[in-house]
Every structure is written in structure tokens, then in C-alpha cells.
Design a protein around this ligand. Structure first.
Ligand code: ZN
Length: 157
């Protein structure tokens, strides 16, 4: 974009910050000629990424459904609701930034598990027990053990 002060065509982006819902981004720009700075606000009209489900059917990205699954996993846990918004916004932002047409539900699940593991370990195990569909308590214990081993990430399903 051109500098609003001197119309010079080359500008430098100083920083970029998505909003909490991942639907807009604020940028700070600097003109490479006159060095004046200004801010821009770019809005994303819609996230058009399709989700490929386990049964290989497609569904629109459903932020309400993701928020609900996070609320369920974090029920009665000390996780503020704003944290759910941020997890979902981060996923949306990632998809927008990568220009993704499709994303698998497994990839979204893995992303949520990673985020929950940092937020609250009980919520993480709850979510994992639904998402990973542990067949028995042995599998659950294996996951718990991996959680107890500090610094390691859980194996992929
Ligand atoms: Zn300028």
C-alpha cells in the first residue's frame, strides 16, 4: 500500500496483530521514504476452510462447536472463558494465514489438545478421552504417564 503522507509505494510492516477472534489484523507500517508511521486494520470477511471429518465428509468450520467442546472439557476447571475464545481464534487465524481450503478434524483435535495441555491438564485428559477415544483404562493411563513425563508431547493417534 502507498504511504498516506507522501504516496511512496514501498512500506515496511513493523508488526502484525490478529484480534481475539482472528477476524481482523492490525498492522503498524512505516514508509521507507519519509519514515512516517501509521496503522492499518485488515478484516477477513469469512473463514472458508472446510473441515474433513473422520468419515471423510466435509463440513463448514464450526467455531461454536469447537467452543462448546472446550467448555465441556474445562467444566468446573479454573480456565477463563476468554481462553476458549483464544484457542479457537488461534486455529482460525492459522487457517487464514496458511490460506487453507481444508483441514482435517484430526488436525484441529491435535491443535486443541496441545492448547489444553498448556491451559489445564485435567481438561486436557477429559478432551483426550473423548477425542482419542481411549478403548480402556490402560490407554488412558498411558496418556496420563506421558503427561507426567515433563516436556514430552503425547504420541499422535
Ligand atoms: Zn511516506
Amino acid at each position: 500500500m502507498n504511504c498516506p503522507y507522501c504516496s511512496f509505494a514501498d512500506t515496511k510492516v513493523l508488526d502484525s496483530r490478529p484480534d481475539s477472534e482472528g477476524r481482523s489484523i492490525r498492522r503498524r507500517r512505516e514508509c521507507l521514504k519519509c519514515s512516517r508511521r501509521w496503522r492499518t486494520l485488515e478484516r477477513v470477511e469469512e473463514l472458508n476452510t472446510l473441515v474433513i471429518k473422520r468419515n471423510l465428509t466435509y463440513a463448514p468450520f464450526d467455531r461454536a462447536k469447537l467452543l462448546h467442546s472446550l467448555q465441556v472439557a474445562c467444566g468446573k476447571r479454573p480456565v477463563p472463558p476468554s481462553a476458549f475464545e483464544k484457542v479457537v481464534a488461534d486455529i482460525e487465524w492459522k487457517l487464514i494465514e496458511e490460506g487453507r481450503d481444508t483441514v482435517s478434524s484430526a488436525e484441529i483435535g491435535a491443535y486443541i489438545m496441545k492448547a489444553l495441555r498448556e491451559l489445564d491438564e485435567i481438561a486436557y485428559v477429559r478432551y483426550a478421552s473423548v477425542y482419542r477415544r481411549f478403548r480402556d483404562v490402560g490407554e488412558l493411563m498411558a496418556e496420563m504417564n506421558s503427561l507426567l513425563r515433563d516436556g514430552e508431547t503425547p504420541s499422535n493417534p
